[in-house]
Structure formats: structure tokens, C-alpha cells
Write a protein that binds this ligand. Structure first.
Ligand code: MLT
Length: 275
């Protein structure tokens, strides 16, 4: 299928300029990337979904967006995205968040429930950080400050990808570039935001009426399939999909499969799901 035309805006929201890419025409869907990444993890989906108005911002402090000194909380990322939708004249959208983007998606649903037409939670979890996970984030922040993001990127890469993806330059090269290019303030801000985030498990049952799909890479070492199964079981009616040949970054590791999954899922959301 032909590539959709890419439109990139800079939108001023809550004291920061966000880079926001749009492609396609149709019911709006909002893509939320993970850490320390940017909107280009959704490249295949943005270029090939076509029948949807795909909206993919770079979160504050990452990608081509502005890097404010503060405001790095999961709640602020969610508010930024509501302001992005306001600026684009979108009331309700399908929400699709990966990993940290999933935390933001769950927070968005908690605050702006009537703006969520449907939900895709990809390679993510509802649990807050354990004390050990919070400690590990503090240690990672220290290493990023002392040794730089090139070093931290090399440590993170093997955990992010399935073994077979690690040998594919078409996956590793853009990922490495994206991670190394993350501004230090945005990297540290996101670590703090994730460390301080609340536990979303209590709100999962209430997501029920919203059509929801949980997607996880079969080799995801960061948010493994066991977590995805538990999360999906807690959301009434949720559909669970485990994707072979993928670790933590399903849309980059299995791009065509991801695009097809989304097309099929959103195709089944009744038109009333989008107001
Ligand atoms: C992400 O991919 O966004 C992060 O790995 C999530 C996390 O560290 O909790």
C-alpha cells in the first residue's frame, strides 16, 4: 500500500513545543511511544494504516520535542496529549501506548475517560515500580549523568529486543540512533516520571466497556507475557495477542504484523466507539 503523506506540526502545549506527526485520514488514533524513544517507533504503522488519522507526538523531552527543565510526570505527559488532541480539534481517539507510553495511556484513560474510543496496551504493565525497580532507575540516571547515553544505550539494547531482532541492522541501527539522541534532561525526567508513577491495577476493571487489546512480544524481557496475561484478564472483554519474533518493541520488530493487528482491531470497533 502507498505511504500516507506525513504532516509534522509543532504544537505549543503547557509550556513546551511538541513535535507531532500526522498521517492518513479517518477516525483518529493516538500513538504514544516508550522510553527513551520517539514517535518513529511507529514508522510502519504511520505510513501504512491509511484509513485512520494517525497522530504521533514526541513526548516532552524526547525526539524532536522541546526539552523543558521540569514537568516530567506521567500525569503531565497525559495532559500534554489531551492538549495535543485539543489543538488538532480531536475530541475522542483510539489510544495506543507502548511501554512507558502504556503508562501514559492508562493515566490518560483515568483522567479523560470519555476521550478514549478504544485502547491498545502494548509491551506494558499496570503495576507501579517495585522498590528494586525504583532503585534501578536511580542507578541508571546516575550512569547516564556520569557515562552518557551512548554507554547506557548499549546496556539497554539487548534487553529491549528479541535475540533474532538484535541481529537485524534495520531494527538495531534506528533504535540505537533514537536512544542516543534522547536529550539527557528528557531521559532523566522520564526515569523520574516512571519511578513515581501510581499503580493502575485498581482501574483496569473499569476500562471494560472500552474495546481493549493487550499486545506483547513473546520474548519481551522487560514486560513479559505473564504480566500482559494478568493485565488482560483484569480488563473485561480485553483481547490478548502475543507476537512471535518480538521482544519489548513489537512495532519495530514485527512492523507488518503490528499494522495488521491494529487495522483488524480498530476495524472491529463499532463506529459509535468514535464519536
Ligand atoms: C519503556 O520501554 O518505555 C520502558 O522500558 C518502560 C520501563 O522501563 O518501565
Amino acid at each position: 500500500m502507498a505511504h500516507s503523506e506525513r504532516r509534522v506540526h509543532r504544537l505549543a502545549v503547557d509550556g513546551v513545543d511538541l513535535a507531532v506527526e500526522e498521517t492518513g485520514l479517518g477516525p483518529p488514533v493516538l500513538f504514544i511511544h516508550g522510553f527513551p524513544l520517539d514517535r518513529t517507533i511507529w514508522r510502519h504503522q504511520l505510513d501504512h494504516l491509511g484509513l485512520y488519522r494517525s497522530i504521533a507526538p514526541d513526548l516532552r523531552g524526547m525526539g524532536a520535542s522541546g526539552v523543558p527543565a521540569d514537568g516530567y510526570t506521567i500525569a503531565q505527559y497525559a495532559v500534554d496529549l489531551a492538549r495535543v488532541l485539543d489543538s488538532l480539534g480531536v475530541n475522542q481517539a483510539g489510544i495506543c501506548g507502548l511501554s512507558m507510553g502504556g503508562y501514559v495511556a492508562l493515566e490518560f484513560a483515568r483522567r479523560f475517560r470519555d476521550r478514549v474510543a478504544s485502547m491498545v496496551l502494548m509491551d506494558t504493565r499496570a503495576e507501579a515500580d517495585s522498590p528494586a525497580a525504583a532503585e534501578a532507575r536511580i542507578a541508571m540516571a546516575q550512569r547516564a549523568r556520569n557515562e552518557g547515553l551512548a554507554v547506557v544505550t548499549e546496556e539497554m539494547l539487548p534487553k529491549l529486543l528479541a535475540a533474532e531482532s538484535l541481529s537485524r541492522d534495520s531494527v538495531v541501527a534506528p533504535l540505537r540512533r533514537m536512544m542516543r539522541a534522547t536529550p539527557l534532561a528528557g531521559f532523566l525526567g522520564a526515569l523520574q516520571a516512571m519511578r513515581e508513577r501510581v499503580d493502575y491495577r485498581g482501574g483496569l476493571a473499569a476500562l471494560g466497556p472500552t474495546p481493549t487489546m493487550v499486545v506483547v512480544g513473546a520474548q519481551d524481557a522487560i514486560t513479559p507475557p505473564t504480566l500482559a496475561r494478568t493485565m488482560s484478564a483484569a480488563i473485561p472483554g480485553a483481547k490478548l495477542v502475543e507476537v512471535d519474533g518480538a521482544g519489548h518493541l513489537v512495532p519495530m520488530e514485527q512492523p507488518e504484523t503490528t499494522t495488521q493487528l491494529l487495522r483488524k482491531f480498530w476495524g472491529g470497533v463499532k463506529p459509535g466507539g468514535w464519536d
